[in-house]
Design a protein around this ligand. Structure first.
Ligand SMILES: Cc1cc2nc3c(=O)[nH]c(=O)nc-3n(C[C@H](O)[C@H](O)[C@H](O)COP(=O)(O)OP(=O)(O)OC[C@H]3O[C@@H](n4cnc5c(N)ncnc54)[C@H](O)[C@@H]3O)c2cc1C
Length: 455
């Protein structure tokens, strides 16, 4: 997220009340006493399935779908915070169905096995002269998992993943292997953001850009200046976003554009050490949170990074957190953020993690967050060792008042009745889901709630 000034590291360490040994257990992810257990990245979702399968081709996958009794849920990189994966029946991973399957330099398309991680796919694209149009801020998700929740980056003119897909293959509950593209109408629109509810996506073809390089500039400024800047610059810069620290009234702004300038050296440091220490201090001494957020300007250096797109998009997120993200209509973004920040301050909610603020173009998916509506995404994060409920419960009503659409992979409390109000094509999606999976093989309790299916 940002780079620490090395000369200030010693002072920061002195500030930390947490001995390093106390930090370790957070990193030692739940030991697997039971081989058949699963948990997500932040550890807030877990399950103990009867079986976990890793098919290596479509024939094996079809056999698993036919022969499994009970529910089947897929997992990709396990980077979702909401309970979109857990089941106590059967889990399926396409980790063994990974890699570039083909590409066409004339149409600038590339087809990947759906278990490929974004980072691997992006590097493989680059080797054949292509780059994804945009990417999220980490690249450890699988392509199918990221598509399932309409994963996005930032850029007012750039789409989320559903808007980058040319075609895909989907294996349904009957084992039928469908090839879908825009010519298939609503079923393709549904598959382009499917929350894993329509079956198993096995291949995805993306329409890409000619391979490009990026220059990313990171700077720190007062929060008000960052808000003014993004309002002024959001249509001028390729990718622009900021991380707001409401208690400190400061922000870290990231602006990224195409470049022909030489690569910068790969930096040795990133922000994770600073972030972990700040979170620990803030958790133990809430009265210091405002001061630490203000000190961000002192600890964080302005930086410039240049290199191939696939290297510049990716960030390391080694400090775990839980997250709620809502996408509001683009023109309401800043007003909504101001209310979120005011609420955090007036209720004195203890959170060090900054709020991420991004723009994304509209797409044609049925239930993506950017379905037929350009959006502004506002993400609130809480350190994984702190209770996220006070923060998320306080800000969620503000998102609802701004017609916010929850990110399907992040925490929210909306059920089908509420979701219908912000996703106008939700009922069409539900019809398609019921046609493709009439017995609810690909559901779990969370999906029953968001799609209104009686168990
Ligand atoms: C540190 C961090 C940073 C993040 N940054 C961003 C960001 O910048 N932008 C953003 O939008 N989101 C972001 N996310 C959220 C993340 O991109 C989404 O939750 C994404 O869906 C996770 O992909 P995954 O491969 O880990 O899928 P999982 O979390 O494993 O699964 C997500 C969904 O995909 C389904 N699925 C998986 N594989 C298949 C398949 N083959 N066929 C059908 N369904 C399948 C699952 O059943 C589930 O419903 C971030 C998350 C974390 C933890």
């Amino acid at each position: 997220m940002f780079t620490i000034n090395p000369g200030r590291r010693a002072l920061l360490k002195a500030l930390s009340l947490a001995p390093a040994a106390v930090l370790l257990p957070a990193r030692l992810r739940a030991a697997a006493d039971n081989a058949l257990s699963w948990q997500n990245w932040s550890g807030n979702q877990r399950c103990a399935p009867q079986a976990i399968h890793y098919p290596s081709d479509a024939a094996q996958l079809a056999e698993i779908i036919r022969n499994s009794s009970g529910r089947i849920r897929c997992f990709g990189g396990s980077h979702s915070f909401s309970p979109v994966v857990p089941t106590d029946d059967t889990l399926v991973s396409l980790e063994a169905m990974s890699g570039l399957l083909g590409h066409d330099p004339d149409t600038l398309t590339a087809t990947f096995a759906a278990g490929t991680r974004i980072g691997m796919a992006s590097a493989a694209n680059y080797k054949v002269g292509q780059s994804f149009t945009n990417e999220p801020d980490i690249n450890l998700q699988s392509l199918a998992g990221a598509l399932a929740t309409s994963t996005h980056g930032t850029g007012a003119a750039l789409p989320a993943l559903p808007g980058m897909v040319e075609s895909l293959r989907l294996m349904t509950a009957s084992g039928e292997h469908l090839s879908l593209s825009a010519a298939d109408g609503d079923i393709f629109r549904a598959a382009c953001c499917n929350v894993g509810a329509l079956g198993v996506v096995t291949e995805i073809t993306f329409h890409n850009e000619p391979a490009y390089r990026l220059e990313e500039k990171t700077s720190v400024m007062p929060l008000r200046d960052a808000m003014d800047m993004i309002e002024r610059e959001k249509d001028q810069q390729r990718n622009i976003e900021f991380f707001a620290f409401p208690h400190g009234e400061s922000a870290i702004v990231k602006v990224t554009n195409l470049t022909d300038e030489p690569d910068t050296p790969v930096e040795a440091e990133d922000s994770n050490e600073l972030l972990e220490m700040a979170c620990e201090v803030s958790m133990r001494a809430p009265w210091l949170t405002g001061m630490i957020q203000k000190a961000v300007t002192f600890f964080v250096e302005d930086t410039v990074r240049r290199g191939p797109a696939w290297q510049i998009y990716a960030n390391k997120r080694a400090v775990m957190f839980n997250e709620m993200e809502y996408t509001v209509p683009a023109e309401q973004g800043l007003a909504c953020l101001e209310r979120v920040c005011d609420t955090i301050r007036s209720q004195d909610i203890n959170v060090f993690f900054p709020i991420e603020f991004r723009y994304t173009a509209a797409d044609n998916s049925l239930i993506g967050m950017f379905s037929e509506r350009p959006g502004c995404s506002i993400s609130v994060h809480q350190y994984h060792r702190q209770d996220y409920a006070p923060l998320f419960n306080a800000v969620e009503p503000i998102f609802h008042q701004h017609a916010g659409r929850p990110h399907w992979g992040k925490l929210h409390s909306m059920d089908v009745a509420a979701l219908r109000g912000v996703y106008p094509h939700l009922d069409r999606f539900r019809e398609i889901r019921a046609q493709l999976d009439p017995t609810g093989k690909f559901l779990n309790p969370h999906l029953e709630s968001i799609f209104g299916v009686q168990a």
